[in-house]
Design a protein around this ligand. Structure first.
Ligand code: ADE
Length: 470
């Protein structure tokens, strides 16, 4: 990810990029930070970049020419050829986590920092794609807001956070405020650390943290709490209908990643924010037609999890469907961790393993996808006597998968241990572990049953849409 900042104060940007996680991410090559001095591009002999506003009024305006030329210089160097250009202004859309998530998928982003009383409107019209504010207050310039955005976006770029703090393994709090945290000593000024945190029982700890998060959100951010409540109601509804069939939607909402796109008596549509995947459920054929007609017409390409055949039929009438794989969900409903072989050492695989993982895993033959999964610490290797025997992963929308055991280690319980390890890891985050199994994959269905996972009775479909039918 490359950040380019057009500014009159490049030192503010460069200083901010030297410290802590941001500094390390730059050093390790995960992000670049390029501060461009707008003054270097002025045609004025006296290096002037501002002038009085036509029509009068207080203060000075930044002129169009130096801003435009600075932008042109940057735009020629863009790795991707084009980029979003974000103008920081209190008049913009308010910056939020969702926007950070969306922007973290870009290759290049250009930030334009204003000063004085603003920038000549004509150059803004010419180059700006997004107007963004960091809050309802007025600062002296756009540099601090740009750094706020760069910080929030960078931590979502795969590889920037180390594996322990991987965004996918954060305990769910996207819809809720963070729970209280405690460190040593156990007692300070007569106040003790809550007993549950010393218990070592990860399930109980996760429950306690969720309870604290809910209480805190209700007290401090009733607006967020209302949104959370609405999602909880949908979760209840889906749980009552069929908790195994809808586990993907339930977990996406529970983990705070899912957005409710459609919620009526006859159906529910959830968009998993992290994966950009739509999960569709229609409880009757009229709703199936309505979803295909409305929601999908705005999202005619990409991946979809379709929970009913009638919905798939409604989609087939309107869209080009690349592939539709019938799958079943396998769900681990118990709270108890599974036992794992002591002979195996589990370690997240780094990017050095890209070639090896690609060589052995063929279900999703997409190098960019596997690269992202490795960088974000979501593929775990099983080592036996220092040799890699296989691996397991978490897919982008949160399901268990990417499971492979090397030929020499098969039929020795390695697959069961790999999956058990991942299940335990998910349990410790308070998740309900689940995976998608192709209905034709007998071996995997057998493994799921052996590990005690419940298989959904109903079939659902992984669907790839590729635009409208003419
Ligand atoms: N420039 C000045 N104030 C700002 C704010 N609140 N957000 C973004 N840019 C700004």
């Amino acid at each position: 990810m490359n950040f380019h900042v057009l500014t009159l104060f490049p030192e503010m940007i460069l200083q901010g990029g030297q410290t802590s996680i941001l500094g390390r991410a730059i050093k390790n090559g995960y992000i670049t930070l390029n501060a461009v001095d707008i003054r270097d591009y002025t045609e004025s002999k006296h290096k002037k970049v501002d002038d009085y506003p036509y029509g009068g009024g207080a203060g000075m305006l930044m002129q169009a020419q130096p801003v435009y030329d600075a932008y042109q210089a940057v735009s020629k160097k863009l790795e991707s050829g084009k980029a979003r250009v974000i103008y920081l202004t209190p008049q913009g859309r308010t910056f939020e986590q969702k926007m950070a998530e969306e922007l973290s998928k870009e290759k290049d982003i250009v930030f334009l920092c204003g000063h004085y009383e603003g920038i000549d409107e004509r150059v803004l019209e010419e180059i700006v794609t997004d107007y963004v504010s960091v809050g309802d207050y007025v600062l002296t310039g756009g540099e601090l807001p740009a750094m706020v955005m760069i910080d929030a976006i960078s931590r979502l770029v795969p590889g920037v956070l180390n594996n322990d703090t991987s965004a996918d393994f954060e305990t769910f709090h996207n819809d809720l405020l963070e729970y209280p945290q405690y460190s040593r000593p156990e007692e300070w000024k007569g106040k003790s650390v809550p007993q549950v945190l010393l218990s070592g029982n990860h399930t109980k700890i996760a429950e306690w943290r969720l309870e604290q998060s809910i209480r805190r959100t209700k007290e401090r951010r009733p607006d967020l709490y209302d949104k959370y409540k609405k999602k909880q109601q949908v979760i209840e509804k889906l749980l009552k209908k069929d908790k195994f069939l809808y586990i993907d939607m339930i977990e996406s909402l529970r983990r705070g990643r899912g957005e409710l796109i459609y919620n009526k008596e006859g159906g529910v549509v959830v968009k998993d924010g992290d994966a950009g995947i739509y999960m569709l459920a229609a409880f009757d054929s009229v709703t199936a037609e309505e979803i295909a007609d409305t929601i999908l017409y705005e999202n005619e390409t990409g991946q979809f999890l379709v929970h009913q055949e009638c919905l798939l039929k409604s989609m087939e009438k309107r869209f080009r469907i690349e592939e539709a794989f019938p799958i079943k969900h396998a769900v681990y409903t118990q709270r108890v961790p599974l036992s794992v072989s002591k002979e195996i050492t589990f370690t997240p695989l780094g990017i050095d393993y890209l070639e090896e993982v690609m060589e052995h895993y063929h279900i999703v033959p997409d190098e960019a996808y596997i690269k992202e999964r490795l960088l974000s610490g979501n593929i775990i290797g099983a080592f036996i006597e220092d040799r890699l025997a296989g691996f397991v992963g978490i897919h982008k929308e949160g399901s268990l998968g990417i499971l492979e055991v090397y030929e020499a280690y098969r039929r020795k319980g390695v697959a069961a241990s790999l999956e058990a390890y991942m299940i335990n890891r998910q349990l410790s985050c308070g998740y309900i572990p689940y995976g998608d199994v192709l209905t034709s994959n007998e071996a995997s269905l057998h493994l799921q049953e052996k590990l005690g996972l419940c298989i959904s009775k109903e079939i659902l479909f992984w669907v790839e849409l590729n635009g409208y039918l003419c």
